[in-house]
Design a protein around this ligand. Structure first.
Ligand code: CP
Length: 318
């Protein structure tokens, strides 16, 4: 695997899930695989879970890791080409990325969406510039429109939690939030669950919050949240801003917050969220603190997802 930007780069979801669970059982089984290899992790946006879990995963594979908070500590990067750089940007990615390619064997990058220019965001312009100019494998630590390490984690968590011989019903529900957030976690979750193909998948959101159909095709879209939640085995909660009229908050209807009362129509569903979460805005305290909440377990699985992905990348550069 020469890059990991979306599910399309994964050799097989089942293989990655199996590998991740193997590492969970025995974290150091491949402790020399990354010997004499160095991973650079560049953050153009804040992170806690992705940063720490990927760092741990790389170290458990024997790699050195260098984390660089470009957004706070680096020169302001220019991503456009053929521009006159007489403004605030100091260094073009065309010059910076090849240098990183000399220092590192694998480059992890967290970029961000503008939430203003849909075409640019959905072209994945920022992370693609690193792919184009670094000359080494690039692993997405979340990009403008996708978060594949999170989604692999989510499939791992569902796989190890659901043991019945039927397909689970998984509901992705929109939740209110105080800020306009990217669509990336929701897009990516939809993309992975559809590609996985082992669930009855429902997405519920207020009208006007539809996601890009290239990710949601295969899921049933229901605008009535209560109807959607009926019989759910898993409820994945996430806010996103509008996609069609891009990057807006139309309504922040608090009635969409997930409460324990709403959970009564589910099949004692497990609750998932990628974190960080706004308590009592997206989900109530009682849902988050309930034994059916998987959020901490899910975040713990970030390590094994990252380790499975990095091991695939290391095998391709050995
Ligand atoms: N879920 C997630 O990506 O968390 P961080 O932003 O803390 O990395």
């Amino acid at each position: 695997m020469k890059k990991f930007l979306s599910v399309e780069d994964a050799p097989s979801i089942s293989t990655l899930v199996e590998r991740a669970l193997t590492y969970k059982a025995d974290p150091y089984k491949d402790k020399t695989l990354g010997h004499n290899k160095t991973m650079g992790m560049l953050f153009l946006n804040p992170s806690m879970r992705t940063r720490i879990s990927t760092q741990l995963a790389a170290k458990q594979l024997g790699m050195e890791v260098i984390v660089f908070n470009v957004g706070q500590e680096g020169w302001a990067l220019e991503f456009e080409e053929e521009v006159i750089m007489s403004g605030t940007t100091v260094e073009n990615v065309k010059d910076a990325a090849p240098v990183l390619g000399k220092y590192f064997d694998i480059l992890g990058v967290r970029t961000f969406p503008t939430l203003k220019d849909k075409v640019e965001d959905y072209s994945e312009f920022y992370i693609q510039q690193f792919v184009k100019y670094s000359g080494i494998p690039v692993v997405s630590l979340e990009s403008a429109t996708l978060h594949p390490l999170q989604s692999l984690t989510d499939v791992i968590t569902i796989t190890e939690t659901f043991k019945e011989k039927r397909k689970p019903k998984i509901v992705l529900t929109w939740a209110p939030h105080v800020k306009a957030l990217p669509q990336c976690v929701a897009n990516s979750f939809a993309q992975w669950i559809n590609a996985w193909g082992k669930a009855d998948f429902v997405i519920t959101h207020p009208e006007d919050y539809e996601l890009d159909s290239k990710f949601t095709n295969g899921a049933q879209i229901i605008h009535d949240q209560k109807e959607a939640l009926k019989g759910a085995d898993f409820v994945y909660v996430k806010n996103w801003s509008t996609y069609t009229d891009y990057g807006k908050i139309y309504s922040n209807d608090p009635s969409w917050m997930l409460t324990q009362k709403k959970m009564e129509v589910t099949n004692q569903a497990k609750v998932m969220h990628c974190l960080p979460v706004r308590r009592n805005v997206e989900l109530s305290d009682e849902v988050l603190d309930n034994p059916n909440s998987l959020v901490t377990h899910q975040a713990g699985n970030r390590v094994w997802a990252a380790q499975a992905v990095l091991s695939e990348v290391l095998k391709s550069i050995k």
